[in-house]
Ligand binder design. Structure first.
Ligand code: MG
Length: 318
C-alpha cells in the first residue's frame, strides 16, 4: 500500500470513528462534558444507539465514495445516492435514518420529489449555512486532489451545492478541501494551513460574490486559530464554528486519538466536529493511536473497510 493510499484510508477511517465517538453526546453543552468528559467509545445517549453507531456525516461520505467509484464522476448520480440514504436508508448503520439536517433534507426532497437537478437543488439562504456539506466533503477533496485549483474547487463547490449552495458554505468546503489537499504532500501542518489559506484568499478574493463572504473566515485566513483559547472556540452546527473548531483541535494535538476526543469534548455538534477534525488528523497522524476496539465496534465495519480500501486504491491510482 503506498503512502497516498494509506493517508486516504486513515483520513476516512478516523473521520468515521470521530462521528461514532460524538453521536452519544451530540448537543451536550461543553460545561456538561467538562464535568464528565468523553474518554471512550460510548453507546446509547442522545439517539439511544449502540456503541459504534455513526450518523448522517458518515452515511453521506460512504454514499460519496460509492458514487465516485462507479466510474465517471456524475453529480446527478451523487445526488440520487444521497436520496437513497435519506429516503431509503441506504448506507445507514441499521436501516434507520436517525439524524439529518433540514437544509439537506429539503435539498434531497427537491431532487427526489420535485425533479430538480443536483445542480440546482441546494439551499441558498443565509440560514442554509449549517455544517451539512462540510461534514461529507472529505472523500471529494481526496478524490479530486490531483486537479488544478480551479477545477478542484469547481468540483468541491458543485458537490457542496447539492445541499448547501450559499457562497459561505462553498468557501467553507473549499478551505477545508484545500487543507486536505495540502496535507497529502506537506507534513508540516502550520505550513499546510498557510498554503491552503493563501490559495483560498487568492481564489475567493477574485470574485465579488465570494469576496464579500471572506470576512466570516477571518480567524482562519489570518492564521489566528492556533492562538485562541478554548473559550473562544464555538462548536455549534454553523459551518464557520465547525471549521474553526476542527482546525483548532487539529493544530493543538499531535495524534488522532487526542484530536478527535478534544473535538467531541467541545460539545454541541460533537459528531460533526469529530468527523471534520478526524479527517485532518487521520490524514497526517494515521490511526495507530485509535484503539482497535473503537474501529472494530463501528457498525458495518467490514463493509466500511472494504469501501474505504477500494476508494483509497482508486485515489492513489488516479
Ligand atoms: Mg451527524
Amino acid at each position: 500500500m503506498n503512502m497516498l493510499q494509506q493517508k486516504t484510508a486513515s483520513s476516512l477511517r478516523v473521520a468515521i470513528v470521530g462521528d461514532a465517538l460524538g453521536v452519544p453526546v451530540e448537543s451536550t453543552p461543553r460545561h456538561e462534558l467538562s464535568l464528565c468528559s468523553v474518554k471512550n467509545m460510548l453507546g446509547y445517549g442522545r439517539y439511544d444507539q449502540p456503541q459504534g453507531t455513526w450518523s448522517d456525516d458518515s452515511s453521506m461520505m460512504l454514499c460519496t465514495m460509492e458514487s465516485l467509484l462507479r466510474g465517471t464522476y456524475d453529480l446527478e448520480d451523487l445526488g440520487k445516492t444521497f436520496c437513497q440514504w435519506i429516503f431509503d436508508a441506504h448506507w445507514t448503520p441499521d436501516g434507520y435514518v436517525f439524524d439529518a439536517g433540514l437544509t439537506t433534507f429539503l435539498a434531497l426532497d427537491r431532487i427526489r420529489n420535485a425533479g430538480f437537478s443536483a445542480r440546482h437543488s441546494g439551499g441558498k439562504a443565509e440560514e442554509d449555512n449549517g455544517n451539512g456539506s462540510l461534514m461529507r466533503i472529505l472523500p471529494a477533496a481526496l478524490y479530486f486532489h490531483r486537479e488544478k485549483t480551479e477545477t478542484f474547487l469547481d468540483r468541491i463547490h458543485e458537490i457542496c451545492a447539492i445541499t448547501h449552495a450559499h457562497p459561505r458554505s462553498l468557501i467553507g468546503c473549499g478551505i477545508y478541501s484545500l487543507l486536505i489537499r495540502e496535507l497529502l504532500t506537506i507534513a508540516d501542518k502550520e505550513e499546510a494551513l498557510r498554503q491552503a489559506t493563501a490559495e483560498a484568499m487568492a481564489y475567493y478574493g477574485r470574485d465579488p460574490l465570494f469576496k464579500s463572504e471572506l470576512p466570516h473566515y477571518v480567524r482562519i485566513l489570518s492564521l489566528d486559530i492556533p492562538h485562541l483559547s478554548e473559550v473562544d472556540i464555538n462548536s455549534s452546527g454553523y459551518i464557520i464554528d465547525t471549521l474553526e473548531a476542527s482546525i483548532w483541535c487539529f493544530l493543538k494535538h499531535g495524534n488522532s486519538f487526542d484530536t478527535i476526543l478534544s473535538a467531541v469534548n467541545l460539545g454541541l455538534d460533537t459528531d460533526t466536529t469529530g468527523v471534520v477534525a478526524g479527517g485532518l488528523a487521520g490524514l497526517l497522524y494515521g490511526y495507530d493511536t485509535i484503539p482497535p476496539d473503537w474501529l472494530n465496534s463501528l457498525a458495518r465495519h467490514d463493509e466500511i473497510e472494504s469501501l474505504i480500501n477500494r476508494f483509497a486504491q482508486h485515489v492513489a491510482g488516479k
